[in-house]
Design a protein. Structure first.
Length: 282
């Protein structure tokens, strides 16, 4: 954590880090239990059950699971196609778990990419390895205070050089990231189309204020993201695709108003599965 972050802000970041680690712990636990024949719906339910057993009662969005070519959003045209299906997992098949719990008022939104089976999958391994350059690019250019829309375009160009397709462009509004804020701590909160109502209200408030002040809580390729990074917490998810195989990470990037580049932006946590994987492979 940047040295300038102290006191109340540091305590708040600890809360966000704690729930982000809980979400990744869930993803790793569920990934270890996946077997041939498990459906996306069953994998999503496993995530919900694991988190509810640990006190989660609210969600930024309910857990998703995508198997096979659905990890690259092949043929996705409408939002309903993102929801878990009866697609069954098979040996050697890639998968993505995407979960966004809220715990004690702190939301997280994480993405975990894996491949079933003990044997190697060279293509999937390369996708995961090549995501590292995107994490580095995003942090560097946010610290340079480049407009979000320009950073998005630079991510696109990097993907093209690597030989991949941009699959986060398939998300609603083509977002690569969205702002994350604290919500009221409740024992239970309803959800609409898979998204928690508190989270949706928070995004709507940010969108209203941002429209008035010239910024957006959605980081997209469109004109409403043509502004410098806004201080706050952003859930960032670059998503690579190649011939029916997709991989991504998703984690929180902290943006501050500090003039010190190193303190102006930093990843909330560097002890995450994809970061450890890169360190072990270095």
């Amino acid at each position: 954590m940047a040295s300038a972050v102290r006191g109340e802000q540091a305590a708040e970041l600890r809360g966000f880090r704690s729930v982000q680690r809980l979400a990744y712990e869930c993803a790793e636990a569920v990934a270890a239990r996946l077997r041939p024949g498990v459906t996306e719906r069953e994998a999503a339910r496993m995530q919900r059950d694991w988190l509810r057993a640990r006190g989660v009662r609210d969600w930024f969005h309910l857990p998703f699971a995508w198997f096979g070519d659905r990890t690259a959003f092949t043929g996705f045209r409408i939002p309903l196609q993102f929801f878990p299906t009866n697609r069954r997992l098979a040996e050697g098949m890639p998968f993505i778990l995407d979960l966004a719990p809220v715990h004690r008022g702190f939301p997280a939104d994480v993405g975990y990419s894996g491949c079933l089976g003990p044997g190697p999958n060279p293509l999937h391994d390369k996708l995961l390895t090549d995501l590292r350059a995107h994490r580095e690019l995003l942090l560097r250019e946010v610290r340079e205070r480049r407009p979000l829309r320009e950073i998005y375009e630079d991510v696109d160009r990097l993907m093209v050089r690597q030989g991949y397709e941009n699959r986060h462009r398939a998300y609603p509004f083509g977002v690569i990231a969205h702002k994350v804020d604290r919500v009221t701590d409740r024992r239970w909160s309803p959800h609409v189309l898979g998204f928690g109502t508190q989270a949706l209200k928070g995004l709507a408030r940010d969108a209203l204020h941002g429209h008035r002040d010239g910024w957006s809580p959605l980081w997209s390729p469109y004109g409403f993201s043509d502004h410098p990074p806004r201080p706050g917490l952003w859930a960032v998810e670059p998503h690579l695709g190649f011939r029916g195989t997709g991989a991504k990470f998703e984690e929180i990037l902290v943006v501050t108003d500090s003039r010190d580049p190193a303190e102006s932006a930093f990843w909330l946590d560097d002890d995450l599965p994809h970061v450890r994987r890169w360190a072990e492979g270095a």
